[in-house]
Design a protein around this ligand. Structure first.
Ligand code: NAD
Length: 394
C-alpha cells in the first residue's frame, strides 16, 4: 500500500500559471500537488485578470509579493530569489501552453502541463528538444492514468492474460455541450474557437484522455494508420468538431476505435476503455474507477476491486493504493499518484540524474506522451479534412 512516510529531503518549490478563481482544473492541480507534501506551493500567476489573480492567490494562502500579474514576471522574479520556484504547473487555455511551457523550460523549471501540450507536432518536437537540452522533467495530467486499476489492467495484459490483443475500444463521450452552452460559459467558449482551442475540440479535450488510458494499458501498440470522421452538430462550432469517431489500425494487426464527444446527450462522462484479446477482455469505466471487468471467453465474468489482496502487490498497481479496499478512491487520488511520480522524477533530476534516464525508468505521463497526443490530433484532423480517408500515421 501507499507509504505516506515517503518524502523528499526538500519539497519542490512550486508555482502555478492559470487555474484561478472559477477555473475547472486549478483546484485538482493544487490538491494533488500538495497531497503528499512533496511540493511546496509558494507562487502563482493565476488569472488572465491580474488583479483577480492576485486576490485569489492571497485568498488561498500565497504571499502577496508572490502573486504575479503574469507568467513572465513570475519566472523573472522567482529566478532572482534563492528560494524561487523549481517547478510550475500550467493550467491555462490551450493556446497559451506552448509559449508558457517554452518559457518555463527556458527559465530552467520543471513543469506539469495540461493537455494538449501545443497545437502542432512541430511545436511538440521543439518542446521535447528544449526539455532534453535543459534536462527538465515535464509531466502531463492525463489524470485517471494514475488510478490503481489501470495499472492492474496494464500488468494483466503484459502477462498475456488476454492473449494477443485484437481490439481497443476507447471512448470519452459526454453530453454537457449538447446545446450551445458556450454562449454563457467562458470555460466552453475558448474550447470551441480554433484560435484558443487549437485544430480540434473534443479530440484534444477528451479524446486524448481515452487514447492515453489505452496506451497506458497496452503500451506496446503503435498506430500505423487512422481514419477520422468529425462533425459539428452545433453548427456554430465549425470548423471545430463536437463529435468524432476514429478508426485506428495498429502495426500488429489490432484495430481500435475512439469516440470523442461532448454531444452524447444524456451521458455524464462515458469514459471507457475496453481491450479485447484472443482469450479475454478487460474493461474500465471512469464512473466506476475502482473496478475492472475481466472476462475470459466461456467463463463467469470477474469484477476485480481496488485495494484487494488478489491484485498485483509488487508494482505500480499497489503503490497507487492509498487506503486499502472497500472505500472508493477516484480522480483526486489518481491525480495525486501522478503528482507523486512527477515530484519523484523532478527530485531525481535535481540530484544529478538525466531526465531522459528517469523518464525511461519511471512510468508517468511525460512530454513524449503529450507530444503523441498532439500528433494524434494532427493526424485525425488531416484524415477528416481530406474527406475521412485512411492516412498513414505521421
Ligand atoms: P478555464 O477556462 O476554466 O480556466 C482557465 C484559467 O486560466 C482561468 O483562471 C484563467 O483566468 C486563467 N488564465 C488564462 N490565461 C492565462 C494566462 N495567460 N496567464 C495566467 N492565467 C491565465 O479552463 P480549464 O477548464 O480549467 O482548462 C485549463 C486547461 O486544462 C485546458 O488546457 C484544458 O484542456 C485542461 N483541462 C484538463 C483536464 C484534465 O483532466 N487533465 C480537465 C479539464 C481541463
Amino acid at each position: 500500500m501507499f507509504n505516506e512516510e515517503f518524502h523528499l529531503e526538500q519539497p519542490i518549490r512550486w508555482g502555478m500559471v492559470g487555474g484561478g478563481r472559477g477555473s475547472q482544473i486549478g483546484y485538482i492541480h493544487r490538491c494533488s500537488a500538495q497531497r503528499d507534501h512533496l511540493f511546496q506551493f509558494v507562487a502563482g500567476a493565476f488569472d488572465v485578470d491580474a488583479a483577480r489573480g492576485k486576490e485569489f492567490g492571497q485568498n488561498i494562502g500565497i504571499a502577496a509579493d508572490r502573486c504575479y500579474p503574469d507568467y513572465k514576471t513570475m519566472f523573472a522574479e522567482e529566478a532572482k530569489r534563492e528560494d524561487g520556484i523549481q517547478a510550475v504547473s500550467i493550467a491555462t487555455p490551450n493556446f497559451t501552453h506552448y509559449e508558457i511551457l517554452k518559457a518555463a523550460l527556458e527559465a530552467g523549471l520543471h513543469a506539469v502541463c495540461e493537455k494538449p501540450l501545443c497545437f502542432t507536432a512541430e511545436q511538440a518536437e521543439e518542446l521535447l528538444a528544449l526539455a532534453k537540452k535543459n534536462n527538465r522533467i515535464v509531466g502531463v495530467t492525463y489524470g485517471y492514468t494514475g488510478a490503481q486499476m489501470i495499472h492492474q489492467a496494464r500488468r494483466m495484459i503484459e502477462e498475456g492474460m488476454l492473449g494477443e490483443i485484437r481490439i481497443i475500444n476507447m471512448q470519452f463521450a459526454h453530453g454537457y455541450h449538447s446545446a450551445a452552452v458556450e454562449a454563457n460559459d467562458q470555460g466552453t467558449k475558448w474550447r470551441v474557437n480554433p484560435k484558443t482551442a487549437g485544430p480540434s475540440y473534443v479530440l484534444g479535450d477528451v479524446g486524448t484522455h481515452a487514447l492515453f488510458l489505452a496506451e497506458t494499458m497496452v503500451p506496446n501498440l503503435h498506430i500505423e494508420k487512422l481514419l477520422c470522421s468529425r462533425q459539428s452538430f452545433v453548427k456554430s462550432r465549425a470548423p471545430l468538431e463536437d463529435n468524432a469517431i476514429v478508426l485506428i489500425q495498429y502495426d500488429n494487426g489490432a484495430i481500435g476505435n475512439l469516440w470523442a464527444s461532448c454531444v452524447n446527450a444524456g451521458s455524464t462522462h462515458q469514459q471507457k476503455i475496453r481491450v479485447v484479446g484472443e482469450k479475454a477482455s478487460i474493461e474500465w469505466w471512469d464512473e466506476h474507477p475502482n473496478q475492472i471487468v475481466f472476462a475470459e471467453q466461456g467463463k463467469p465474468v470477474q469484477i476485480l476491486d481496488r485495494g484487494q489482496g488478489y491484485l498485483y502487490q509488487d508494482d505500480e498497481a499497489i503503490t497507487c493504493d492509498r487506503m486499502g479496499g472497500g472505500h472508493a478512491e477516484g480522480l483526486f487520488e489518481a491525480w495525486a499518484n501522478l503528482y507523486r511520480r512527477f515530484a519523484t522524477a523532478m527530485d531525481r533530476v535535481n540530484h544529478g540524474e538525466q531526465a531522459s534516464d528517469v523518464m525511461n525508468e519511471m512510468w508517468f505521463p511525460n512530454i513524449t506522451d503529450g507530444a503523441q497526443g498532439v500528433r494524434f490530433i494532427e493526424n485525425c484532423v488531416r484524415s477528416a479534412d481530406e474527406g475521412s480517408v485512411w492516412v498513414e500515421y505521421k
